[in-house]
Each structure stands twice: as C-alpha cells, then as structure tokens.
Design a protein around this ligand. Sequence first.
Ligand code: PBG
Length: 330
Amino acid sequence: MLQRPRRLRVNPAMRAMVQETQLQASNFIAPLFAVEGEGIKSEISSMPGYYRYSLDLLREEVLELESLGVKSLLLFVKVEDDLKDNEGEEALNPDGLMQQAIRMIKETVPNLVLMTDVALDPYSCYGHDGIVENGEIINDESVGFLADMAISHAQAGADIVAPSDMMDGRIGAIRIALDTAGFENVGIMAYSAKYASCFYGPFRDALDSAPVDMDNIPRDKKTYQMNPANAKEALREVQLDLAEGADIVMVKPAMAYLDIIRQTKDISSVPVSAYHVSGEYAMIKAAAEKGWLNEEEAMVECLTAIKRAGADLIATYFVKDIIKYLQAQG
Ligand code: PBG
C-alpha cells in the first residue's frame, strides 16, 4: 500500500504534530448574565453550572475570567418585570442595569473587550426583539430604537455592540448612529445568520425573556429569525451585514449549523463568530448528568468542530471549562 493514513496517528506526539485545528483561550467569548441586587449568584436551572450575578459578584467573576486568559465578554441583563414595556424604554436608562454593569466591568477589567447585547427582548413585556404593533414585530421603528440603545451602551463604555435582534437594516443604522455620536471606534458584532431555534430555550429561562402567551402576540420569532432549512439566505444576511459595516459576523446556533459557519467563513472578509448556545450547553450537561456522555470529551469535540468549520471566535457557556482543560493539556 502506498498510502497508509494511520502512520500519522500512531501515538499522541504524532497526532499532536499533525493536528489541524487548535483551540486557544483568546478564541472564546464569555457570556455574562447580570441581575439586580447584591450578593446574588443564582444557578440557571436549565444551565447547570452557569449563573446570573449581581454586580458585586459579577466583578469577581470577570476578574477570574481575565486571570484565566479570556479576552472578551458578552453581556446580557435580566430586567425586572415592572421595568418591561413594549418599547423597552428602560434599555435607554443611563443608570439602568446594563449601563451600570458596563461601567463596572470597564473599570474592573479595562483591558478586556466588552461586547453588549443589543435587542429589545429582555426589556420587552412581550418578549420580542422589536416593538410589537397589531401582532407584528415592526422593523423600522425597532431599528431606530436599537440604534439609540447602541449609543447608550457606547456612552457607558462598551467596546463592541452585538445586535442579536435580526431586524432588517439595523447594522447600517447602528453604524451611522455610532459614528454620528462620535463613537467611530465602537465596533459591531452582527448576529447575521441567527436561526429561529429551539436551542435558545434555557437562555430564555435565564433572562425570563420568552415571547409571552397572549392573544395576537406571536409565540415564536419566525418573522425575524431565520428558517433552519435555509443556507443561501444566511449568506445573503451575511453579505448585507458586511455591506452595512459589520466588524464581526456571527452564525447562531453552532452545532446544527456548521455548514453555515463554513460557508460564511468562505465569503467573509471579517472574523466569523459562532454562538454555542444555551440549549447546546444544556444537552451536553444533561447527557453527562445521566452518565450517557463524557462531558469533557463532548465539550472539546463540539468546540473543536465549531472552530474547524470556520469560526474564529466562539461564544460558549463552557468558557471556563475549556480554558482550564487547555491549560491542563499544556
Ligand atoms: C435574544 C437572544 C437570544 C439569545 C441571545 N440573544 C434568544 C432569542 O433569540 O430568543 C440566545 C443565546 C443562547 O441561547 O445561549 N436577543
């Protein structure tokens, strides 16, 4: 036989030598959930081992993440029910939880890249990413609001805003708004190909942000998030966001969309990120709890596959575990 591929797999040193995909700490984006209050570290029931923090304890958490070698954070807030409305007015409060959290994090770990979630759902009494009118999530008014929200985050100190809403035209509108307000160095990570996925379930538990069960309010996000059956449409979304000035484009979720990550990487002139979402984390945790999967092996395999598919950056709830694993490997 002339070709014996097994020669390059004979032992660990040989396998390490020819390994094509390497994970490193700087690849990972750490999602953070902030809540009101003090001394709070509450576990999200559908995301075992992942927590919501009040700002005092979030401070310790971001210091730990920095010491592990994490470079970027992606901040979400859980908004109190009585502060929610249809327009998400609280999102623009300069002393709102998001703005306070941004200031605290930039004071505590000024050298990390702080990304912030721009979308209405945590603030919306209907749990939608835009403003609801007559049973529809209206686009252009929502975009105007999201641009104001991005400015508010930039004023508080965000390095990169991350619109996760999937309204049309929001990247361009946010870019113009940021530039006009003097924030030309604040970047945009666009959730470009975000699918209407069941795998966001645990995240909606974490933030209590699921679409409400109410007459005339859509219970799903299918009029703005993408149909999982479509690939070409994802590339259209990516191209639009690139043309509108996105600095990073994202595909979300990750594992069920590796083909989309690869195709995005092939056409993208900017870094590609992938979001290994809450349900993907929960599946591995649940199977491991039952003894059906080895948690560490499943985590490493999934994250390696996401990077191999073309993701330069990966947002994952396994961020601490994977970095500790990589450190232990030396
Ligand atoms: C909403 C948003 C969602 C996630 C990030 N931003 C959920 C949704 O679209 O309903 C999901 C993240 C995850 O599941 O880990 N703007």
